[in-house]
Design a protein around this ligand. Structure first.
Ligand code: ADP
Ligand code: NI
Length: 215
């Protein structure tokens, strides 16, 4: 099938999966990741078709949207076959999606430039002003509180505390968001991350000042 037709179908497929999602994997997240992917792909001279296809499909297999990660990957694999995408592109896209997430290990290796580009684009959406909004939406969805000064940071929590979901939206900044800047692969993404990261630091300073009644 023509590449532009495959991309259009991938957009329709992803939109049908992500429309109405409230866990942070809503369709506008996918649109932002695709837009950022195009930008990073151009700076890094990666393959635009593989990048855009992987960006569109990157969260379709997410565990939160499927009975299991394996079931999610099978769904994407099935879709790629139905679209008659070249076998080498199919395996490349599946490889990128299966190793994308922070959950698969923050520093897990990404084998190809295209994978690095899409992962960086996804990570950039978890840094900055929109990322702050996504974090609070996610915490609300899970029933976590905004903040609890009595809770230790994740690194000092017992497994039992973590299993019981005893985390907060503010804790998540330390568990993940503030670490992402140091885990980016591409120079282009690192440059964009600077201002977004600084904004989150300023936000947290202000948050704690207000919490402590200092302002
Ligand atoms: P993605 O791979 O697209 O970043 P995630 O499932 O890791 O997807 O997260 C989706 C959004 O929800 C991200 O913005 C992330 O920072 C946020 N998020 C994930 N886990 C938590 C959590 N425990 N508390 C608050 N926000 C979270
Ligand atoms: Ni994502």
């Amino acid at each position: 099938m023509e590449r532009n037709v495959v991309l259009r179908h991938a957009g329709e497929f992803a939109r049908s999966v992500h429309g109405g999602e409230a866990s942070g994997h809503d369709w506008p997240h996918i649109e932002r990741v695709v837009r950022m992917t195009r930008k990073l792909c151009a700076s890094e001279r990666a393959d635009p078709f593989v990048c855009e296809l992987a960006a569109l499909l990157h969260d379709v297999a997410d565990e939160k949207l499927n009975p299991s990660k394996e079931a999610g990957m099978a769904k994407v694999g099935q879709w790629l076959r139905t679209e008659s995408v070249e076998p080498s592109v199919q395996s490349h896209v599946l490889d990128i999606i299966s190793t994308m997430s922070f959950g698969s290990g923050p520093a897990s290796p990404m084998r190809t430039l295209e994978g690095m580009v899409v992962r960086d684009a996804d990570r950039l959406d978890a840094i900055g002003a929109i990322a702050i909004a996504r974090t609070f939406v996610y915490a609300g969805w899970k029933g976590h509180p905004i903040y609890d000064p009595a809770l230790p940071p994740r690194t000092e929590m017992t497994k039992e505390q973590y299993r019981l979901g005893r985390t907060t939206a503010i804790n998540h900044f330390h568990e993940k968001l503030l670490k992402l800047k140091g885990l980016l692969h591409t120079e282009a993404a690192r440059a964009i991350a600077e201002e977004r990261h600084r904004f989150m630091e300023i936000y947290l300073e202000q948050f704690h000042k207000e919490w402590n009644g200092e302002v």
